[in-house]
Write a protein that binds this ligand. Structure first.
Ligand code: FES
Length: 574
């Protein structure tokens, strides 16, 4: 005990000779640690979002063991602890409602415990951003390991992608082009191993962002979950986090404005999930880096698509790994990156990607011959979305990027589900579907329903895409000409709430405008008639969320969680 613990925060618990030191050490020894485990070595918390209710993260207990090997080997003490797990496909009403709760739990678990550095084990969509946000508000040396993607899905001799093909198959069933038995067979073939969605969904996007931000080791995003190389990467992460503690390089050292700019550009080049916008804005708020919604368009809006991965492309994450991974992709776009940004590996981004080769040009392109010309996030404004809305052009139909159509309004997602397939619904391929009541506060939690299914009668006519607008999010695995995150949301008085069926809406994506062709006077008349929103939740976390959640263009963090409280705990008590 004591010894060379220096100024490490764990020394405050394990390095003392008094009664408190006895208590801190003695109870830990109940787990079989030898006395020299508390000799002042770096204590590494392994924050694990493992859960059988989060199948994408269900192998992470085993992965944590490989981190521990590395920590022991480097002379640290690894201590694994759980954090709330957010299974995207299991949680109701939406996992996003709980991202900030996870962030709060992670923050307080790190700060309240005698640890010097942290490894974050996350993967499924909201787990990684929630963990990094929480860790950023404590600001210890921190590294990220993602679950890794599932193996490629297989169905009838071809590869199928998580989510992306679910939307296609479910539309095919509704259109009568796929039988229920075929649907079930596809279901069994899609998820062939543990790991995150094998498409460039939200989980893969944020795993790639973790690499681009420099807070994870290279290949974090693409090594398949069940590949032994991910275990080796976990081992290497365990070694490296101990060194980071010794170097006292904290998360804020890496999360600079330049790192965020790299992340936004890489996110554009991979055709990343629209959800990343919200998460990056929230993360920047935690570390005090100035970042706005417009930065996504300014920095990434013109980036071409370099990753031919579903939903914007044809291949899957396993293919991206074999094609060279994020290092090869980032090397191809090196001229667009800040190469001197430091990473947790000890190397700069430039050193990390130097010499990385593209092994399959069908999967990774170069900027002079991209898969699509525009791939980043486009930020739209207009009288429907004064604080902004976003769309993903790489997943949209080019002919709908300039569109004028008649609004067909659904007041809630339940209203949508009840009426979308009604043969009497007055709608055609040129209509603009508008969905209200799905923002961060109103729903609450901003569900992934913005990619509204096409009405059955239009599917039967061969319609595969329509302009859709909402204050909701959509799955990163989804596609279509979908305008999302309209801000402010309808539940706080956003003008999207004033749209009525029959109104004309004009999208000019190239000009970044989205407008309702209704006079200001008429909109003011409608606003005066609109009753104030009444919420039915008065207790628990949901009430806290509703009182404090910020709008989508600010990252949908809770207002009192913006910023950092640091790692210090001023009072000693039990
Ligand atoms: Fe967990 Fe897609 S549902 S990563």
């Amino acid at each position: 005990m004591g010894g060379n613990s220096g100024k490490r925060r764990s020394a405050h618990s394990y390095g003392k000779l008094d009664r408190d030191g006895f208590i801190h050490r003695s109870w830990m020894k109940a787990q079989g640690y030898p006395a020299d485990a508390f000799d002042g070595r770096p204590v590494i918390g392994i924050c694990n979002t493992w859960s059988e209710l989060t199948p994408c993260n269900s192998h992470m207990r085993e992965l944590a063991d490989y981190v521990k090997r590395g920590v022991w080997e480097a002379g640290g003490l690894p201590l694994e602890f759980p954090a709330m797990s957010l299974g995207e496909t299991q949680m109701r009403p939406t996992a996003m409602l709980f991202r900030n709760l996870l962030a709060m739990e992670v923050e307080e678990s790190i700060r309240g415990n005698p640890i010097d550095g942290v490894v974050l084990l996350g993967g499924c969509d909201k787990t990684t951003p929630g963990q990094i946000m929480g860790a950023a508000s404590v600001d210890l040396p921190t590294m990220v390991i993602s679950s890794g993607p599932m193996l490629n899905g297989k169905y009838r001799g071809r590869d199928i992608g998580s989510g992306t093909d679910v939307w296609k198959f479910s539309e095919a069933v509704r259109a009568g082009a796929m039988t229920p038995d075929q649907f079930f067979a596809a279901e069994s073939g899609m998820s062939r191993s543990r790991g995150t969605c094998n498409t460039m969904g939200s989980a893969s996007s944020f795993a790639a962002i973790s690499e681009a931000l420099g807070v994870a080791l290279k290949y974090n995003a693409t090594i398949p979950a069940v590949d032994a190389n991910r275990q080796a990467m976990a081992h290497a992460t365990g070694r490296r986090i101990v060194e980071l503690v010794r170097e006292d390089k904290r998360l804020s050292h890496f999360l600079t404005r330049e790192a965020f700019e790299n992340a936004i550009r890489v996110h554009a080049a991979i055709g990343g999930s629209t959800n990343s916008v919200i998460h990056l804005l929230a993360l920047a708020g935690r570390v005090g880096v100035p970042l706005s919604l417009d930065d996504f368009d300014t920095l990434g809006g013109a980036m071409p698509l370099l990753a031919n991965i579903m939903p914007s492309g044809e291949y899957l994450m396993e293919d991206l790994h074999y094609a060279g991974g994020m290092s090869a992709l980032m090397a191809a776009m090196a001229e667009h990156l800040h190469l001197d940004v430091e990473t947790v590996s000890g190397q700069t981004i430039g050193q990390q990607i130097a010499g990385a080769e593209i092994f399959n040009p069908a999967v990774i392109a170069t900027p002079d011959a991209p898969f699509k010309q525009a791939s980043g996030i486009w930020v739209l404004r207009g009288n429907i979305a004064p604080d902004g809305a976003i769309m993903k052009p790489s997943a949209a139909s080019p002919q709908l990027l300039s569109h004028r159509g008649r609004a067909v309004v659904f007041e809630t997602i339940e209203d949508f589900k009840a009426r979308v397939d009604d043969p009497a619904l007055e709608i055609d391929a040129s209509s603009v579907m508008v969905l209200k009541g799905c923002g961060p506060k109103g729903y609450p939690g901003m569900p992934e329903v913005g990619n509204m299914p096409i009405p059955q009668k239009l599917l039967a006519q061969g319609v595969t895409d329509m302009l859709r607008i909402s204050d909701a999010r959509m799955s990163g695995t989804a596609f279509g000409t979908v305008v999302l995150h309209v801000s402010p949301e309808t539940s706080v008085g956003g003008p999207l709430g004033l749209v009525e069926t029959g109104d004309e809406i004009v999208l000019d994506a190239a000009a970044r405008t989205l407008n309702l062709m209704v006079s200001d006077a008429e909109l003011a008349r409608r606003a005066a008639l609109r009753p104030p929103e009444a919420y039915d939740t008065t207790r628990g976390y949901v009430a806290l969320h509703r009182r404090h959640v910020m709008q989508a263009h600010l990252g949908a963090d809770l207002d009192f969680l913006v910023g950092s409280s640091g790692d210090e705990v001023k009072r000693e008590s039990h």
